[in-house]
Ligand binder design. Sequence first.
Ligand SMILES: [Zn+2]
Length: 546
Amino acid sequence: MRDEPSHPEATPNGGDNSAALPVAKPIARPTAPKTPAVPQPATLPSGYRVDAAEDAVQIALHADSRVAALPSWLASLVVHLTLIILLGLLYLPSEHLPPLGLHAQLTDYELEPLEEQVVNADVSSDDLEVDAPTDQLFAAESEALAEPIDAAALSELAMDSPPMELASFAPEGLLESIGGGSDFSAGGFDARGAASRARMVRRGGGTTQSEKSVEESLNWLARHQHPDGYWSFDHRHEECGPECDQPGNLVTGVKGATGLALLPFLGAGNTPLEGAHKRVVDRGVQALVMMMEPTRNGGSFIDGGEMYSHGIASMALCEAYAMTGDESLRLPAQAALNFICYAQDPDGGGWRYQPRQRGDTSVMGWQVGALKSGYLADLLVPPVVPAKASYFLDSVQLDDGEAYSYEREPAQFRPATTAIGLLCRMYLGVDHENEILGRGVERLAKLGPSKTDAYFNYYATQVIFQYTSGKGDLWKKWNTAMRDMLVAGQLAKGEAKGSWAPGDGDHGKAKGGRLYATALNCMTLEVYYRLLPIYQTQAFEDGFEE
Ligand SMILES: [Zn+2]
């Protein structure tokens, strides 16, 4: 059943509006950048707005002197972040809530009645204008301000705020029986380092072979990085033989492809500063930062992959920042998160292809993943955003929350969106003892790993690992089947060595191709250490101090 080749959620950018996407075309050769101050990679695929991206990079490079040089776009961003937080708090829907099962009442989030004038003013200026000339946007915004911006104060407000109290991050009542509180801050990246990685592999049921498989995947991804640092779903280069086929056709999704290719490197402990692939990761992250487009609502990675690309690229950027603490990545990472906050459907709490559309579970999964990574990096995530995401999950849940639909209508069980929904529930703080959560996990486990759907496997493996903390029969059975299938299915020879062909049951096959399948499968094999078990974070951290 799960192998039916028709999961509209399993993409990048699958679904019903694919006809609106730009037609696939070859990636143009790069052009020279305008300023020498920008680090390598110096060039970008055609169509990216180098001018605007340079602004972001310049800010990042001169973080120490950014107060004096604070450009209007950043000031604007800061103002809007503040507005978004404020108005988001006011906007949280409290009527027409769907029946609640897994999720508790959101009434605790009801706040003071809002001033209509404030809301109206915001709505009228809230259009998405990512295509408008950025300079004009920022100029207009600056003129609209009644008083000069206190750049230092704003910078402090946006960038140096302490992390949110996570007690308010998850709905009231769900955290009570988890000792010490489980929340968005649980989990983390601490198991990715070489020493703890080996221990986690042994503990969770990885093998020498599965680790070798991860390394070969990374080698394949490294060989298919463009000389300028980015990746394309059309992965092919001159040396690709016929066996290295099945490119994705979403060639306008370079930002998403770059983010997706970076995630497995980061997951295995490679950062711009550390690891055997640090040069690859460094160039990839720099390319990503250059491709970010500053908008009045934050930094956008929207391309042909739409909000899929944004969520995936944001997640990679936040992880790179979290793992390095590199200050030059902080502003771009925060800007990417700000855009996610802006792009959330203000009514329904979800995300879809374009900002503020009524959400779908698949696109939501990447945004929540990015928010969680950003939170772990001590970036600012207004608590109303995950609260609204929980509200969205309520609207697409089935059977009281043990399964999840792709969209609210039609309400249909789908394996991949069920896995995404359950993982997000755990990220958002659902109690481990919650019976509905347990039933949902059992349901996934009964399905078993899919032979053809890497997207389902990527999420379902995380769900079962997180729920079981990588222990017990449920995990052992799933892991053995999953791990051995992936190791056996990976190409072992030739130039395509280390990659996987995309499966027929995966809706992302056509658009994402071999690169997409390889990145997802590699991350599935990294499950033992990619994220610390949510429900056992403290115990694991203590274990690392030996
Ligand atoms: Zn190749």
